[in-house]
Design a protein around this ligand. Structure first.
Ligand code: SF4
Length: 381
């Protein structure tokens, strides 16, 4: 035990983690309310090391938003548009295939695809999208749709959620995305995402997907109107579902972006608040292998520091991000493989290129004879 922990009021929680004892909700709240960032980092690091060791991963992926038209108007959302708006868009399947082909040529292993709840596209559009993209490469993984999109597609197809998920899976869907969880507490959810699915509905879609043998990630949007208690409540529901299904591959805390939306928050969460949230997530979610520091919302510098606060993943190269940038994110829209490897290596960790399910594809052990020199050229931001 180092001197930071020895003299910290959080020492008992460190000892619980060391002994492999699960912390409870009041422990998690104490962690959130503590100003002892050094101790939080030490506890999160201990937890992370026990789970995944010294590796830190990234994925070579591409985002595609098929459309930003949406029949809902979540107050926090800067992405969604109505048909009358000049900056609305929708892609044909052919346009998506073209984007995918360009990205495959630079080595992506995953397409990450979400959109708004489109007012008129038929269910057949989504099936054709999956089939067409899947046919480009047997190795390409399709990580698509949030829980609310799945509910929308079930309504469109006039099928149950189980039947809808099974049909999407047969068409090529490999993983659900974790987006749309926002914050589960109903009193806050109604202020930032009124009309969206409830926490129970979000969790039920993921539960059903997991029961079909599927895997997914999950998220939490933090730093807006929610309290620390609300964050603990959110994490607790995710931990509960993971106990039940073991279907989550990773957790991605998302830092709220304050621009172009209808909720009264002027400042995004501070760096200290983000590090704290990542650290508590790692410590509390003892049944999750992977915690991501999402560089789009944090910036790559803070994401790099977060690798010392429980994170073991920096997400992906992305290539074209819209949702966070329309809400004010000032990070680039893409990161090259080289930048991801450098950020991880400079943080003292071993870079690993992973697949959609966090399985290693390449390990970059040796900084001198690095494998990155043998990789295809990645797109620049
Ligand atoms: S968050 Fe999703 S469901 Fe809500 S308005 Fe935006 S695109 Fe639509």
């Amino acid at each position: 035990m180092n001197w930071i922990i020895k003299h910290s009021k959080l020492r008992d929680i460190y000892e619980k983690v060391e002994a492999g004892t699960r912390i409870n909700e009041s422990d998690a709240l104490r962690l959130f309310q503590s100003q002892d960032l050094n101790a939080l980092g030490a506890i999160a690091n201990l937890s992370r090391k026990k789970k995944v060791g010294e590796r830190a991963s990234f994925i070579v992926n591409r985002y595609i938003n098929y459309s930003n038209y949406c029949i809902l108007s979540c107050q926090f959302c800067a992405f969604s548009k109505k048909k009358r708006d000049a900056d609305g868009f929708e892609l044909t399947v052919e346009e998506m295939v073209q984007k995918a082909k360009e990205a495959l040529a630079i080595g992506i292993t995953e397409l990450h695809i979400v959109g708004g709840l489109h007012p008129s596209l038929p269910f057949s559009y989504y099936l054709e999208m999956l089939r067409s993209l899947k046919s480009l490469s047997p190795d390409l993984k399709l990580k698509c749709f949030t829980a609310i999109e799945i509910l929308h597609l079930a309504w469109l197809s006039k099928q149950s959620v189980d039947e809808t998920l099974a049909e999407l899976k047969a068409a090529g869907l490999d993983s659900l995305t974790g987006g749309g969880a926002e914050i589960f507490r109903a009193s806050v959810r109604s202020q930032i995402a009124k009309g969206k699915e409830s926490a129970e509905e979000y969790l039920d879609v993921h539960r059903r997907w997991h029961q079909l043998g599927g895997r997914s990630t999950c998220t939490m949007l933090y730093g807006h109107l929610e309290s620390h208690e609300d964050r603990v409540h959110h994490l607790s529901l995710l931990r509960g579902l993971q106990d039940e299904t073991s279907g989550y591959t990773g957790f991605i805390p998302l830092a709220y972006q304050p621009d172009n939306n209808g909720i009264p928050v002027k400042h995004p969460p501070t760096g200290a608040e983000s590090l704290k949230t990542i650290a508590v997530s790692r410590i509390f979610l003892d049944n999750f292998e992977h915690i991501t520091a999402y560089w789009v919302g944090l910036g790559i510098n803070l994401a790099q520091v977060a690798l010392d606060y429980g994170a073991d993943d920096l997400h992906g190269t992305i290539l074209e991000e819209h949702i966070f940038h329309m809400a004010g994110a000032d990070s680039p829209q893409a990161r090259t493989e080289k930048e991801m490897i450098q950020a991880i290596r400079e943080a003292g960790r071993t870079p690993v290129q992973r697949d959609t399910f966090y399985q290693p594809i390449r390990v970059f052990n040796d900084p001198v004879n690095s494998e990155e020199s043998r990789q295809p050229q990645s797109a620049e931001a």
